[in-house]
Design a protein around this ligand. Structure first.
Ligand code: NAD
Length: 424
């Protein structure tokens, strides 16, 4: 198996190899023909761009960026842009492929894409970030567009970054193009509910799962890794519903308190620029320790490959909610299954973000904006329907939830590809 041999990164195994192996397992389970899989295992288009950027001290730094479209059989491609030091082409390809299955599972008229720039946004000034973002957008300006490929936020990117992408693309077109990117600030065509959508979708998914178990949200002990757009919102909502959030971490670690962490204090501390490891009211823990804490629900909401062969057997949670993309390696997945842990897989659990991105795109195209309650209700309906379909396949075929979710997604894309036929 190919391994990542560059510098020290959070990726222990090549993520695109893992994504392809997952696809082959789905093909075997559901009998999808080889010719089709030979198409679906590749990305339709991958581009690598260099992004020369003037830094505040007058020097020029050349960053490397990517934009990958995996598949467009069901519609224009959709997927976030990641700003992180570990970004590689194979990571972006793996994330793009997952977006294809996720959009299909949710029944959205989109294919999958992803983008990324290898950089450390925490060490860049707003001016440097803006110049880098505008140059990156210019380099991919012919690849994106409301009917073609629609970016959105991911790790390290924010509504402000989406605003610069929107503005740069619009300046090139000579008029505002609301549908080119989602996750925009409300003042320029963002959707109410988009910022909370991924965390809210994770909660809806967890609630659907809990209806089918003997647990309930009230009193459930929840551990959350990653306290950004996904993790912080998920922690806030489950705490509001009566769960006890026993542990939270960000990139520098965090705290554990069996009686409950003060989530409101953690949010205020993060907003003020602090890191969770400095937080009072609990024992300090590392990110590795968070995965193993005594809890009912473990929500990895940061990066890939945090539950691995090395630690899966020691996971004590009964339910894993994959707020992050690909936080569980395939080997870990098997161990968790054997131990009876219910996994709510990434393409189902964290799909709330792309669902409300779809709503934002629709609202932008129509220039008619919805009330927040309408956004949230429609999100709930779509997540609940996808959950029910996944659960049914899980039960009738006796396959794990991950296999059921990926199976539905891949089969829908396969059907679209077959129906359209091969061009020319
Ligand atoms: P974010 O940048 O808002 O937050 C990331 C969080 O993870 C931060 O708290 C950061 O400190 C923490 N983190 C970074 N490195 C870490 C490490 N090595 N160990 C532990 N924590 C670390 O990003 P986000 O948008 O919340 O995305 C988090 C995950 O959710 C990613 O896997 C992303 O692909 C996935 N996701 C995001 C969205 C979305 O709408 N933003 C949608 C679907 C899936």
């Amino acid at each position: 198996m190919a391994t990542v041999d560059k510098r020290q990164t959070h990726l222990r195994e090549n993520p695109f190899d893992l994504a392809r192996r997952q696809l082959h397992k789905v093909a075997e389970t559901f009998g999808i023909e080889d010719a089709l899989i030979s198409v679906l295992q590749e990305c339709k288009k991958s581009i690598e761009v260099s992004i020369p950027t003037q830094m505040d001290d007058g020097t020029v730094h050349t960053f490397t960026g990517y934009r990958v479209t995996h598949n467009v059989a069901r519609g224009p491609s959709k997927g976030g842009i990641r700003y992180h030091g570990d970004v590689t082409l194979d990571e972006v390809k793996a994330l793009a492929m997952a977006m294809t299955w996720k959009c299909a599972l949710m029944g959205l008229p989109f294919g999958g894409a992803k983008g990324g720039v290898a950089c450390d946004p925490k060490r860049m000034s707003p001016g440097e970030l803006e110049r880098m973002t505008r140059r990156y957008t210019s380099e991919i300006v012919n690849e994106i567009g409301p009917e073609k490929d629609i970016p959105a936020p991911d790790v390290g990117t924010t509504p402000a970054v989406m605003a610069w992408i929107f503005d740069t693309y619009s300046m090139n077109q000579g008029h505002s193009v609301l549908g080119v990117v989602t996750g925009k600030p409300l003042a320029i065509g963002g959707s109410l509910g988009r910022e909370e959508a991924t965390g809210r979708g994770c909660v809806f998914c967890l609630q659907e799962a809990l209806k089918r178990t003997d647990l309930s949200v009230e009193g459930a002990r929840v551990a959350v890794q990653g306290f950004g757009n996904v993790g912080a919102v998920f922690a806030r909502f489950v705490a509001e519903l009566g769960a006890t959030v026993v542990a939270v971490t960000d990139s520098a670690g965090g705290i554990f308190n069996a009686k409950g962490v003060d989530v409101a204090a953690a949010l205020a501390h993060k907003r003020a620029g602090g890191s969770l490891a400095e937080l009072k009211g609990g024992d300090r823990i590392t990110n590795d320790e968070l995965v193993l804490v005594d809890c009912d629900v473990l929500a990895p909401c940061a990066l890939e490959q945090v539950i691995t062969e090395a630690n899966a057997d020691d996971v004590r949670a009964r339910i894993v909610v994959e707020g992050a993309n690909a936080p569980t390696t395939p080997a870990a997945d098997e161990i968790l299954q054997e131990n009876g842990v219910l996994i709510l897989p990434d393409v189902l659990a964290n799909a709330g973000g792309v669902v409300v991105s779809y709503f934002e795109w629709v609202q932008g195209l129509q220039e008619y904006f919805w009330k927040e309650a309408e956004v949230n209700q429609r999100l709930n309906e779509i997540v609940a329907r996808a959950f029910a379909e996944t659960w049914e396949l899980h039960e009738t075929r006796g396959v794990p939830m991950r296999m059921a979710a990926y199976g539905l997604g891949v089969q829908r894309v396969a059907e679209a590809a077959t129906t359209r036929g091969l061009y020319p």
